[in-house]
Ligand binder design. Structure first.
Ligand SMILES: C[S@@+](CC[C@H](N)C(=O)[O-])C[C@H]1O[C@@H](n2cnc3c(N)ncnc32)[C@H](O)[C@@H]1O
Length: 251
């Protein structure tokens, strides 16, 4: 993880969950789409790479058991510190790259499932890392990448939207890497309409809730916030949140 991302998550960890925790219907929507592609059942060995605070995992652990806990892999100690204390979650302080290169100690040799949600843009050497991760899957095991597409419809300021797009891998490229790693791959999109009070949204942006926002200086961010205030009237703003779900299966 680069220094900017490490600092970003260290700063954000204690209030990361505030972004969505008060929207249980959104969390349930997301987890339904994850579970439809990557079922969590007692005995399945699953690793969530970039698990963060486990905000979404709380809705998925119903199917897990303490005997085969979900591995919550993350290089940010601050994010992992927010994981619920639950025997069905097993924290692993490591990066995707460490796991892919066999440099992390895992309690499982092989995995039935790998989830990478909103983390793929932080992973370096994407082709090599996904290949190393794919090799950990049992035959019939699945890798699911849930990610935002490069072009967002979020009510952000323009330079943030552009910088996000420059850094975000396209779902097609992720699918190609998975295919080259030997996985049978498909992908599709799911959409969710988010309605948020403009001033709450400005508060989230000011708090740099997305990692791309941590790449702007305080002055640049202030200009960006003024742009949002100018473009959107006080009251509710609605926009489409669109996620790609890239699924690979090891034959
Ligand atoms: C946007 S958060 C997503 C957290 C969680 N998956 C979720 O959806 O709530 C991104 C997470 O990726 C982690 N991360 C950053 N670089 C990583 C890497 N190289 N390998 C694995 N995780 C990484 C961060 O520490 C952070 O917890």
């Amino acid at each position: 993880m680069n220094d900017c991302a490490a600092q970003h998550y260290a700063n954000l960890a204690h209030n990361y969950d505030d972004t969505w925790a008060h929207r249980p219907e959104y969390l349930a929507w997301m987890c339904r789409h994850i579970a439809a592609r990557l079922p969590v059942r007692p005995g399945t060995r699953i690793a969530d790479i970039g698990a963060g605070t486990g905000l979404f995992l709380r809705h998925l652990i119903g199917g897990a058991s303490a005997q085969s806990p979900i591995l919550c892999v993350d290089p940010s100690a601050a994010m992992l510190a927010q994981l619920p204390d639950d025997p069905r979650l097993h924290p692993v302080h490591a990066s995707a790259e460490d796991v892919a290169m066999g440099q992390a100690t895992l309690p499982y040799d092989r995995l039935h499932g790998i989830l990478i949600k909103e983390t793929i843009h932080h992973i370096s050497e994407l082709g090599t890392t996904l290949k190393g991760l794919a090799e950990l899957l049992v035959p019939g095991g699945h890798m699911l990448v849930v990610t935002l597409p490069p072009r967002l419809e979020y009510p952000l300021f323009h330079s943030a939207l552009d910088r996000f797009a420059e850094r975000q891998p396209a779902p097609q490229d992720i699918a190609d890497h998975m295919r080259k790693s030997g996985l049978i791959t498909s992908y599709g999109y799911e959409e969710y309409q988010v309605c948020v009070d403009r001033d709450h949204w400005i508060g989230l942006v000011a708090n740099r809730w997305m990692s791309v926002l941590s790449s702007f200086t305080d002055e640049e961010l202030a200009v960006g916030l003024a742009e949002i205030r100018h473009r959107y009237a006080p009251g509710e703003i609605c926009f489409q949140d669109r996620f790609a779900f890239v699924l690979g299966m090891r034959p």
